[in-house]
Design a protein around this ligand. Sequence first.
Ligand SMILES: [Zn+2]
Ligand SMILES: [Zn+2]
Length: 158
Amino acid sequence: MAEAEVTLYCTVHPSVATTLRCNRCGRPMCTKCAVKTPVGYRCRECVRAQQDKFFNAQLLDYLIAAVVSLVVSFVAAAIVARLGWFLFAFFLSPAAGGLIGNAVWRLTGKRRGRYTAAIVGTGVVLGAVPFLLWNPLAIGIYLFMATGAAVAQFRLHL
Ligand SMILES: [Zn+2]
Ligand SMILES: [Zn+2]
């Protein structure tokens, strides 16, 4: 087409000539502005708009994520600290983490949040911290395994 013969100038940097166009909105963009995505080169604004549509969590979802992870983790960590068997911590911790991740995922209507995984990870840690002095070894295992398992749930769904 004749399009290729016309010199284009970047929308953001009008002095920079380019041959690239965003494949979503069609605006000319220079190599600095172009973002490589799995569906081709796009401008920053289109990438941002796409992410906003992808991450559809609401503010309430973050509150639910914080409360559920904190409360369930508190109970699970209390059990782990009380029982105190080493092997038990190895089995219960990932199970509790998986349960927390899954519960939050369902309770938030399976919406994707930019910060949900970080909030759940923090909630799991904070819920268990009060028991750290009571049983450092078991809670140490718990902190490591439960947090990992809870956060992994969100990576699965992304
Ligand atoms: Zn665009
Ligand atoms: Zn540019």
